[in-house]
Design a protein around this ligand. Structure first.
Ligand SMILES: [Zn+2]
Length: 455
C-alpha cells in the first residue's frame, strides 16, 4: 500500500486539458428502448477493481468520493441492490464475462482458465463488426487465464517513464505504474479507432492498490481514508476518459457501462482486504449505465441485480442476440418498470456469491463458501461446515452483524437447500469443465505482488 505524490499529479495534468460541458441531448426510457435500433454505437466498459458500492456518494456515502460517477448515475441508470459473484478477481470476472455462476462455470481456483468454448462478450462485439480492445493491470485476468477471447488488442500498458528526479523520489512508480497508464492507452486507442465502431474495456487497479495523487488525498491518512482517496483519484481519471469522448464528439454514440468485481473489507467481520469470504462488504458492488443522452432524473433500479445480469442486459440494449442457457438475465424490463415508478422487488428474488476459500492452495481440497440472497435474507454457507452457517436480515441489518440462524431455523434450512442445489449445478452451457494452466514463477511473483497468498 502506498500513496503516490507529485509524479501522478504531473501525469494527470498532462492528460487533463479542459473539461468540456456535457453536450448530450435529453433522453427518456423510450430512447433507452430505441437504442438497439441504432447502428453507430460504441460500448465503453469501465471496471474499477475492488470497489464497494457503499463508498460511492451516489450509493449514499457521506464523503464526496465520486463526482464523475455520481453524474453518470444521476443522468443514467443505477442498480441500487447489486451483488458481484465472488470476492476474488479471477472467479468474479469469469462469472461477469460469461454470465454463468462460478459453481457452474468452474473458474474457481488459481490454475483455472475460462474455456475457449465460452462465448465471451468481446467475441460477440467483434463478430458484430466492432473494434475490440481490453486494457488492464490485474494479473488475474491475464490472457493465459482465457480473458483475452474476442479482443483484437488485450494489453497491460507500459508504465509511464518519468523524469529521473521523479524516479528517484518514487522508485516503485516506474515498476508498478498507475491507472493513468490505462487512461493514456485508452486515449491512444480512441485517437486511432474512435471514428470506427468499438468496444473498449478498461480495468482500473489503483483502488485495489490504494493509490491516489496528492490532489485527491483529501479524506485523511487512515487505512480506510486512503481507500477513499484512491476512489476519488480513479473517479477523476474516469472523468478524463468521459471528457475525451465529449471532446471527440463520441459521447453521443457511446454506452458507458460501469461495474466492479468485488468490494473490500475494513474489519466488519474481523479481516481486511478481499478474497477470503463472501460477506456484503466484499460482494456488494456498483453497476451504472450511462447513455449518449441525459436521463433526468436518472433511473434507479431497486430490484436485486447481479454481475451475471450485466451482459445479458447490455446485449439486449444494443440489439445483439442473447447467449443461450446463461444464468444472468436481461433487466431491460426491470429498468422500464423502474422508469415508470413501479416496484419490482420480490420476496423470493435470489442472488449468489461464491468463493473457494482454498483457491490459492493447490494441495488443499476445494472449500466453497456461498452467499445466498433471498428477499431480505442472506445466508453465508461454508459447505464443508454447515453448522457454521450464518443468517442475516439485510433490511434490519445491512452490515451483517447479527446472526439470526438460531432464531430462524426454517428460513436457514430453506436457504441451505437452495445453496446445496446451486453448488451441485456444475454443467456449464458450453458443456466442458474449466481447463487448467501451468503458471510460471514470474507470473506467480506478479500475483503475489498484488498481496495475494498464492502457493
Ligand atoms: Zn479484483
Amino acid at each position: 500500500m502506498f500513496v503516490l505524490g507529485i509524479g501522478l499529479v504531473g501525469l494527470a495534468a498532462a492528460l487533463y486539458v479542459f473539461p468540456p460541458a456535457d453536450s448530450r441531448p435529453r433522453g427518456s426510457m423510450e430512447d433507452v428502448l430505441a437504442f438497439r435500433d441504432r447502428d453507430d454505437t460504441n460500448v465503453l466498459f469501465i471496471l474499477v477493481d475492488t470497489l464497494r458500492a457503499d463508498r460511492l456518494s451516489t450509493y449514499g456515502y457521506e464523503r464526496d468520493t465520486s463526482p464523475n460517477l455520481d453524474a453518470l448515475a444521476e443522468t443514467g441508470i443505477r442498480f441500487a441492490r447489486h451483488v458481484s459473484q465472488s470476492s476474488w478477481t479471477k472467479c468474479s470476472m469469469a462469472s461477469l464475462w460469461t454470465s454463468v455462476y462460478p459453481a457452474r462455470n468452474g473458474v474457481l481456483r488459481t490454475q483455472h482458465v475460462v474455456p475457449s468454448e465460452a462465448q465471451m462478450p468481446a467475441e460477440i462485439f467483434r463478430e458484430a463488426g466492432l473494434r475490440t480492445a481490453g486494457i488492464w493491470r490485474n494479473g488475474w485476468i491475464a490472457a493465459n487465464f482465457g480473458f483475452a477471447q474476442g479482443f483484437e488488442v488485450y494489453q497491460k500498458p507500459p508504465p509511464a517513464t518519468l523524469p529521473r528526479a521523479k524516479r528517484r523520489e518514487h522508485p516503485h512508480l516506474t515498476l508498478a505504474g498507475s491507472d493513468a497508464d490505462i487512461v493514456r492507452s485508452a486515449l491512444a486507442f480512441l485517437r486511432a479507432h474512435g471514428h470506427e465502431r468499438w468496444f473498449l474495456y478498461v480495468h482500473l487497479m489503483d483502488v485495489h492498490q490504494y493509490v491516489s495523487s496528492e490532489d485527491e488525498a483529501i479524506f485523511g491518512t487512515g487505512y480506510s481514508d486512503i481507500y477513499d482517496n484512491s476512489i476519488r483519484w480513479v473517479d477523476r481519471l474516469i472523468g478524463e476518459l468521459i471528457d475525451e469522448l465529449e471532446a471527440r464528439g463520441l459521447r453521443e454514440r457511446t454506452l458507458v457501462v460501469f461495474a466492479s468485481d468485488h468490494g473490500e473489507a475494513f474489519g466488519e467481520h474481523g479481516g481486511e482486504g478481499h478474497a477470503r469470504n463472501v460477506y456484503g462488504e466484499v460482494t456488494e458492488t456498483p453497476w451504472i449505465l450511462g447513455f449518449p443522452f441525459r436521463i433526468d432524473p436518472g433511473i434507479v433500479v431497486r430490484e436485486r441485480s447481479e454481475n451475471v445480469d450485466l451482459w445479458p442486459t447490455v446485449l439486449e440494449l444494443v440489439g445483439l442476440p442473447p447467449r443461450p442457457d446463461v444464468d444472468g438475465r436481461s433487466l431491460v424490463s426491470s429498468i422500464a418498470a423502474a422508469a415508470r415508478g413501479e416496484e419490482t422487488r420480490a420476496d423470493d428474488e435470489l442472488a449468489f456469491a461464491q468463493l473457494d476459500q482454498t483457491w490459492g492452495q493447490t494441495a488443499r481440497r476445494p472449500q466453497p463458501q456461498l452467499a445466498v440472497n433471498r428477499g431480505k435474507w442472506r445466508l453465508i454457507y461454508p459447505q464443508a461446515h454447515p453448522e457454521r452457517s450464518e443468517l442475516y436480515d439485510k433490511t434490519l441489518d445491512p452490515r451483517e452483524q447479527r446472526d439470526l440462524v438460531d432464531a430462524n431455523p426454517q428460513v436457514a434450512a430453506q436457504l441451505v437447500a437452495i445453496a446445496d442445489t446451486h453448488l451441485e449445478n456444475r454443467e456449464p452451457p458450453w458443456g466442458s469443465e474449466a481447463p487448467t494452466v501451468e503458471i510460471d514463477e514470474q507470473q506467480l511473483e506478479q500475483l503475489r505482488a498484488l498481496g495475494y497468498g498464492v502457493e
